[in-house]
Design a protein around this ligand. Structure first.
Ligand code: AMP
Length: 203
């Protein structure tokens, strides 16, 4: 069982890598961005509420996001672990996630951040915007605001888990395969350590 936070700025490749990691490690992928887009696509009250923030590149309020994430985790009681993609984005969300997993008898095992510089991010998101159908991928001002929000509100989450000795940074530039291998190297080490600890505790 491994719970992984895939971290990094918008456009750093979290979604792409999560799709491969899910296959290899048999995890449940939860992307709060995807969940919001699903709600917006169905024009639900939650979707309408989220749209006001997403369209400006701002964060959806914590209580809304945490409630949605909570339901999604509880909907998978038999999961062999989770990949959290785009969550947590604030310290409050991180604390809520820790509490939720504790109630389930588990923990966040590792956070891995994909490191990509600002100009590369803007380039990638604009390229994605041509096909993603996402309004927040098309406007450069919104893209830059999302990067600012990441720096101001989200990067403290890296330090929060770093204080627990769980944060790692990998170079997010390179081929999909190369980046995947960098992620797997960390996950395999963390997985081995978790298994050894569990065996020790059994003795
Ligand atoms: P993403 O697909 O992860 O880039 O998310 C797209 C947008 O959804 C973000 O710019 C936010 O407006 C919103 N969003 C996604 N995840 C969260 C979160 N954990 N907290 C607050 N807002 C979020």
């Amino acid at each position: 069982m491994i719970n992984l936070i895939l971290f990094g700025p918008p456009g750093s490749g979290k979604g792409t890598q999560a799709a491969y990691l899910v296959e290899k490690y048999n995890l449940v992928h939860i992307s709060t961005g995807d969940l919001f887009r699903y709600e917006m696509g169905n024009d639900t009250p939650l979707g309408q509420q989220a749209k006001a923030y997403i369209s400006k590149g701002e964060l959806v309020p914590d209580e809304v996001t945490i409630g949605m994430l909570h339901n999604k985790v509880l909907a998978h009681p038999d999961a062999g672990g989770f990949i959290f993609d785009g969550f947590p984005r604030t310290i409050l969300q991180a604390e809520a996630l820790d509490r939720l997993l504790e109630e389930e008898g588990s923990v966040v095992h590792v956070l891995i951040a994909l490191n990509v510089d600002d100009e590369e991010i803007v380039k990638r998101i604009k390229l994605r915007g041509a096909t993603s159908g996402r309004a927040d991928d098309l406007d450069e001002n919104i893209i830059r605001n999302r990067i600012e929000v990441y720096k101001n509100e989200t990067t403290p989450v890296y330090d929060y888990y770093d204080q627990q000795g769980k944060s790692h940074m990998v170079d997010g530039i390179g081929s999909i395969d190369d980046i995947f291998n960098r992620l797997c190297a960390i996950i395999d080490t963390v997985g081995d350590n978790a298994m050894l600890t569990a065996q020790e505790e059994k003795k």
